[in-house]
Design a protein around this ligand. Structure first.
Ligand code: FES
Ligand code: FES
Length: 156
């Protein structure tokens, strides 16, 4: 076991983890943050995406021990039912959520994109989300949701 210290949704925390434990298992199992979904477990679907120092990472293929000293944001850290993040609200308003399993990863990947590129083209949105799979929506409404969020963040 190794002890790691990091920031989780704005709070300084520490945790003892196995050397082989992956981040998604630590977040779900030890912190109860089940908004981070584990689907493929092999880095292929994006459902387990979290932000690490603002960058979208797949927590099913990221060792928990490597989070030491970093800043982790899960979907629980970006908004709430009462006060959703602008990207979460845009997903709801654009009809971009069906079963919802992909949504936390989609939202976090979209936030990372908009933070580094506030005015993405449709092609840039599609490229950024290309590693996040959705079996329900057909993707078009997700693209529109990100465009809506970008416009709202811009004050339009
Ligand atoms: S569960 Fe991590 S990429 Fe699919
Ligand atoms: S809304 Fe069901 S997988 Fe995307």
């Amino acid at each position: 076991m190794v002890t790691i210290n990091f920031t989780l949704n704005g709070r300084a925390v520490s945790c003892e983890v196995e050397a082989t434990e992956v981040l998604v298992d630590m977040l779900r199992g030890r912190f109860g943050l089940t908004g981070t979904k584990k689907a493929c477990g092999t880095g292929d679907c994006g459902a387990c995406t979290v932000l690490l120092d603002g960058t979208a990472v797949r927590s099913c293929i990221y060792l928990a021990a490597m989070a030491d000293g970093h800043d982790i944001t899960t979907i629980e850290g970006v908004g709430s039912m009462e006060a959703p993040h602008v990207v979460q609200q845009a997903f709801a308003d654009a009809g971009a959520v069906q079963c919802g399993y992909c949504t936390p990863g989609m939202v976090l990947t979209s936030i990372a994109l908009l933070n580094r590129n506030p005015h993405p083209t449709e092609a840039e949105i599609r490229a950024a989300l290309s590693g996040n799979l959705c079996r329900c929506t057909g993707y078009q409404k997700i693209i529109e949701a990100v465009q809506l969020a970008a416009a709202r963040m811009d004050g339009n």
